[in-house]
Design a protein around this ligand. Sequence first.
Ligand code: SF4
Length: 470
Amino acid sequence: MSRTSSTKLLGPESGDVGIIVQGGLFNVLNGRLALAGLSDSFGNVKVPTLVLNVTYPLVPEQIATFCAGKKSVLIVEEGNPEFIEQAVGQILRKADLNTKIFGKDVLPLAGEYTPTVIARGLTQFFAAHTMKAPALDEWLAQTEMHQKEVASALGSPLPPRPPTFSTGCPERPVFSAMKLLKKEIGPVHVAADIGCHAFGTFAPFSQGNSILGYGMSLASAAAVSGTQKKRPVSIMGDGGFWHNRLLTGVAGATFNKTDSVLVVMNNGYSSATGLQDIPSSAPEKDGRGNGLEIEITLKSLGVPYVKRQRTYGVEGMMDTLRDALTSDEKGLKVVIADGECQLARQRRVKPAFAKLKQEGKRVERTRFWIDPDVCTGDHSCIRLSGCPSLTIKPNEDPLRPDPIAHVNNDCVGCGLCGEVAHAAQLCPSFAEIKVIENPNFFDRMRHRISSALIRLLGGNRAAPMPAPAE
Ligand code: SF4
C-alpha cells in the first residue's frame, strides 16, 4: 500500500476497523479522532485510515488490500448518492471479502459534513464496535446542548448567509464597480469561473450568469457572445489564466475575433486553494515564483487592448470597465485587475506588526469607522460591498430607530468603504482612522490638539473619535 501516492494510508496498516475518507474531509475527521484519543493535531491517526485524494477512479487492489483482514470500514463521503460506498462494495464483492461497510447508515445522505456531523457518525460507528471514546461523547453532548440553547434563544433559524469574499479581498471592489456600472449601462452576460471570484455570483453582487469549469469563462462567453446585444464579461483569476485560459480562452478569442471583455484578477497567488505560487507570482529568494507578466503574454498573443487597473480604485475600475464595454474597438479587451490577496498580505504584515509592537516601537494601522451621528441606516454601503466587517448595530438616537452601519474590528483598512462611498455618492459617514500602538510624543500632542478642537467646535456633546477596542 502506497503512503505517497494520491491515495494515502495513514496510521497502522492493520486493525479490526478502518476508515476510508475523501481527502478534503480528512482535517474535520482528524479533529474528531483527536478528541476520541485516536489521533493528534498533526494527523498521527491510530486507526488505519485511507485518505482518497483522488476519488475517481478508485484502485481496486488498494481498496481490497486496505479492507482485507478488517471486520468493518467506515466510509466518510460527502454527497448523495454514495458513489465511493457503492464502488467499495463492488470491489469487496469481487475480491470475495466480507468486510462490513458503514457509511450513509451512520452519516447523513446530504448536507455538509461538519465536525458535529462527523462526530455523530463516529460515535455510532464506535458503538457498533464497542469502542469507547468518552471525550468525544462529552464534546458531542455539550455541542448539541449548546446548539439547542442557541436555537431556543433565537426562536427562528437565522437567515441563510451566502458565502462571500474574505475581509478586504481585492476582488470585491471589482464587483462593486460592476454593480454600479450595471445601473448605468444595463445588464451584461457575466461568465464566471472557478476561484474566489465565483463568490461574485452571490448577493450582494449577483454578477454571474454561467460557470463552466476552471479556466473556461472566456471560452464559455464566446459561446454566447453572438446572442448578446452587449459584450459579455468573463472573469478569471490569474491561476486559471495560466492553467487553461491562455489557450482555450485567449488564443481562441483572438483567432475567432470574439468581441468581449475579459477581467483577469491578478492577485499574485492561486488564492482559493491555499495561496500556492503561480507563474506570475513575484520571484522569491528561495526560487519560488517566475514573475511572468500576464500583460506581456497577452500582447504576445496579439491582444491589442490590455489595460491595468488597481482593484481598490472603484471609480477607476468603473471607468476602465465602461471603456472596455463601450469602446468602438472590436475584438478581445482585457482588463488586468491588480490587487494582492489580502489573506496573503495579512499573513505577512500581522506578525511584523506584532513584533514591532512587542519591541515597543510605533505601529500604525488603518481601518474604517462609521460616524453614528451621520449614518442614516439605509445600508447601501453594505449592499455595495458585502464585506464581513461591515455590520449593523442599534442606533442610540431615540428619534432614529433603524439600525446603523458599523465597521467591526476585523477591518483591514482596504479602503473599499471610502471608495464605494465616493463612487456611489453615499452619505459621508465613513472615515479612515489610524490605530496607533506605542504612540510617540507627536501622536499624543496631535491627539490632544484634535480632541480639544473637536470639543471646541462640537460643544460638550462632541467626543473624540473613539479608538477601536483591541
Ligand atoms: S475598509 Fe471596508 S471593505 Fe475594507 S476591510 Fe474595512 S470594512 Fe471591509
